[in-house]
Write a protein that binds this ligand. Structure first.
Ligand code: GDP
Ligand code: GDP
Length: 436
């Protein structure tokens, strides 16, 4: 199941991005620092009382040169479309403004749960300022202060109360779910059509899935696959297509529902910043990843072109060094027959479990070969490693002091595990814990 999405809407300067940073701040600082990944601050995963969700600051969505009121309106509409719960933010010091009323009108027309926040209530004496906001018709306004971080607990309690109840898994465990992500025009829909070919496909609109997701399921060589729809594959209204950040959000939701993500590049155009951002999300989500270079028919090639392109990809996406690369053409179907077997292999690796005793043999051999690092005269001691999860494979290593586990040593252990067991196409997580 995909995590709920919470969107913050409201006119400029009410404090949306301040609150956004407050809510996700702590989380941002604990996620690993992936080189080459530019973090987009308009949305992030967040957590409150064991509820995981995505938070979007619609104020950061770039709508272009439209008049302010049009932008606010479009942001509200995006929130209605994408979010499960909306935080409608206002500024207590300004009272209710015409723009607030405009947003309220749009939100009232939707059936989405709305939690009304009145920001900049920096001290208890200011609490009386919230009463005017009852007039907006969203029940109790929640007084908050982005400056001091007060009131956020009550606000988030109200937000999580509206989260949809967790349903059952959408598909059987052995179905392989994958999606294609990439900039517009790299050839995602052409690839999907080429993969599906003449086969009769079942396009399903399964209840309980993301409202506008259309999944396509099909069987190939006895294996059932589902292609999860992403932005750019189905053409929608112009705001949706023209708003780059918005389509990245849609891609993010598809990634979340997939086992394997195909990051599609365009051989004709090479690699640009937006590709890196998109690839970064696939990596961070912990899904299996395959890099697909499409339109291979469209460029002039000699015997070095492929190797050079491959090197460029490795340079630009160092965090995806585990991802296989496939050069294809949706147009001529070159190498397309290799794609699904690769998806299947990566999906199997993503779900692979290794035996604890074999794992520990590998780790002890590794330590014997390359002694553990020391810091201030203290040496890292490794006692034991065990795999605690799949999708992605996650290992806990028990040590004397996790602080002594240097990034480069962790990387070394990861590579030893990869050499011993495969795991091509999937990220691996290693967590150091102190032995009790
Ligand atoms: P946004 O345009 O809605 O994203 O608003 P910002 O988060 O950029 O905030 C606009 C301004 O209000 C900034 O100068 C913030 O420092 C300030 N601000 C945000 N929250 C508070 C608050 O709780 N109290 C006060 N006094 N100022 C705040
Ligand atoms: P999407 O926006 O990523 O879904 O891209 P489309 O599938 O709509 O393709 C964008 C354009 O690229 C279309 O004009 C396609 O005909 C063209 N295209 C897609 N795949 C290939 C390919 O392998 N080779 C060539 N030469 N053109 C392609």
């Amino acid at each position: 199941m995909t995590n709920p999405v919470v969107a913050i809407v409201g006119r400029p300067n009410v404090g949306k991005s301040t609150i956004f940073n407050r809510i996700v701040g702590e989380r941002i600082s604990i996620v690993e620092d992936v080189p080459g990944v530019t973090r987009d601050r308009i949305y992030s995963s967040a957590e409150w009382l064991n509820h995981q969700f995505y938070l979007i600051d619609t104020g950061g969505i770039d709508i272009g040169d439209e008049p302010l009121l049009v932008q606010i309106r479009q942001q509200a509409e995006i929130a209605i479309d994408e979010a499960d719960v909306i935080i409608f933010m206002t500024n207590g010091r300004d009272g209710v403004t015409a723009a607030d009323e405009e947003v309220a009108k749009i939100l009232h027309r939707s059936n989405k749960p709305v939690v009304l926040a009145v920001n900049k209530i920096d001290n208890p004496e200011m609490r009386d300022l919230i009463y005017d906001f009852y007039a907006l018709g969203f029940g109790d306004p929640y007084p908050i202060s982005g400056a001091h971080g007060t009131g956020l607990g009550d606000l988030l309690d109200a937000v999580v109360r509206h989260f949809p109840k967790r349903g059952q898994e959408e598909y059987e465990e052995d179905v392989i779910k994958f999606c294609l992500i990439g900039r517009p025009n790299v050839g995602k829909s052409s690839l999907v059509n080429a993969i599906l070919g003449e086969e009769r496909v079942i396009v399903s609109d399964i209840a309980g899935t993301t409202r506008d997701a259309v999944d396509t399921s099909f069987v190939r060589e006895g294996q059932e696959y589902v292609i999860i729809d992403t932005a750019g594959m189905r053409k929608r209204g112009k705001i949706y297509e023209s708003t780059e950040k918005y389509s990245v959000l849609r891609a993010l939701k598809a990634i979340e529902r997939s086992d394997v993500v195909l990051v599609v590049l365009n051989a004709e155009e090479g690699i640009i910043e937006q590709d890196k951002k998109i690839a970064g999300y696939a990596h961070e989500a912990g899904r299996g990843v395959i890099i697909v270079v499409n339109k291979w028919d469209a460029i002039e090639k000699d015997d070095k072109t492929l190797i050079e392109f491959e090197r460029k990809i490795r340079d630009h996406f160092p965090f995806l060094d585990y991802a296989p690369i496939l050069f294809v053409s949706a147009k001529t179907k070159q190498r397309l027959h290799k794609l699904l077997p690769l998806v299947r292999m990566v999906s199997e690796n993503h779900a692979m479990r290794v035996q604890t005793n074999v794992l520990n043999e590998v780790i002890m051999d590794a330590v014997a070969m390359n002694p553990t690092p020391t810091h201030n005269g203290r040496r890292l001691k490794i006692y034991y490693m065990t795999q605690v999860a799949v999708k992605p494979p996650t290992f806990v290593v028990f040590v004397n002091d996790p602080e002594l586990m240097h990034f480069s040593y962790e990387r070394f252990l990861e590579n030893r595990i990869r050499d011993a067991f495969g795991f091509e196409g999937t990220p691996i997580k290693i967590i150091a814990r102190p032995r009790k």
